[in-house]
Write a protein that binds this ligand. Sequence first.
Ligand SMILES: [Fe+2]
Length: 478
Amino acid sequence: MFVKWVYANQAILLLIVGVFIVLNGSEFCEGGQTSKFSRKSNDLSLDMPLDCDVFQVPPGYNAPQQVHITQGDHIGKAVIVSWTTEDEPGSNIVCYWPENSTEKKSSEGVVLTYNYVNYTSGYIHHCTISGLEFDTKYYYEVGSGNSSRQFWFLTPPESGPDVPYTFGLIGDLGQTHDSNRTLTHYELNPTKGKALVFVGDLSYADNYPYNDNARWDTWARFVERNAAYQPWIWTAGNHEIDYLPKVGESIPFKPYTYRFPTPYQASLSTAPYWYSVKRASAYIIVMASYSAFVYGAGKYTPQYKWVMDELPKVNRTETPWLIVVMHCPMYSSYVHHYMEGESMRVLYEAYFVKYKVDVVFAGHVHAYERSERISNIAYNISNGVCVPVRDESAPVYVTIGDGGNLEGLVYEMTQPQPEYSAYREASFGHGIFDIKNRTHAYFGWHRNQDGYAVEADSFWLHNRVWRPIQEQPMVSSL
Ligand SMILES: [Fe+2]
């Protein structure tokens, strides 16, 4: 009788445990954490209407609009200032001066226009101002007469191993109400980003008939409130390709290339889509996911040769933090876009491990995800060894394609959560990469529904050269 009672109770216990496992699948999966956070609405985001205040054209005849800046050289002593005028080309001059000085300098830029199907661009100006002092606030002025406009920026400190610096991270932004929330959260984050690493997919103009390039103009007016004051480090995504050969638009990246210059020649790159910059204690290598196999990403191609030259060049004593940026993630466990980064992973992952890249930031997947330090580089076709394994020389892969564009979030995730995935959540937000010194950097991911200071996911990175030990992820708030 007693034995029967024990068996019966064991059976009930097993049943309860089984039900608990089924109901809490995410808790018992093989990988990390899948967030249980859910938004109130799963609706697609809508683009803000054209008469929205964020798209307002500045007043005055031929007033400069769409003002944005990016790093203008390899080391951080130059800035490229870009703006557009609508009525006439106007002045190509940028006037600039350091804070605490009234002595103004000026530099002359170029003006460009382009056509796209039936669209004709405004007058797009680019002007590089160089020879700047490190760690200095500069004011600058574009336009002329009553329509001139003034902005400012801070140059980075000179590169050095323990120079702290804070980068913001946004991807796949678009121009919806959610995009606006993301940008506002970034601006009001108390951990102030000093430069923004943009991981690709800017305007989503190509969601409109004939890739309506007027939506490139509205996007640049929308981001001006931040991009005119701190450099946005650009990465080309698939929404920058703008390839419509049936209507005569057969030059990939045409609007993007006209509008968003990069300092690629300063790092001996031969195309604006892959390049590198040094900024404080970070060395950032921007790669192009969509120049593949035409002239860019496969073996023996210009991008491949450039990356092979670039990686061994990085002096980790001067810039300990080696960051790679690309649009399409190599590791993502979402169903949407699954394995789209595989060709890049096969070609480049072994080098990222060899040269101890600290972190790879990507977008494309409209969600957030952080990986463990893993690699999958043992496979040689015949050995069958093709499983990601823990690798302390490997980067952490962060997907931050959750800026808030009109295509909405992706919710479907591969199940169970793979072991390589440490944390994943389908919410809009932005990231902050906060370098403290040569050994430690702190990453925080901020979802738009939270307060400005709240981190929904965060972790300390230990530098792969100066402190190559295993990190302990912090507990994420669900
Ligand atoms: Fe994308």
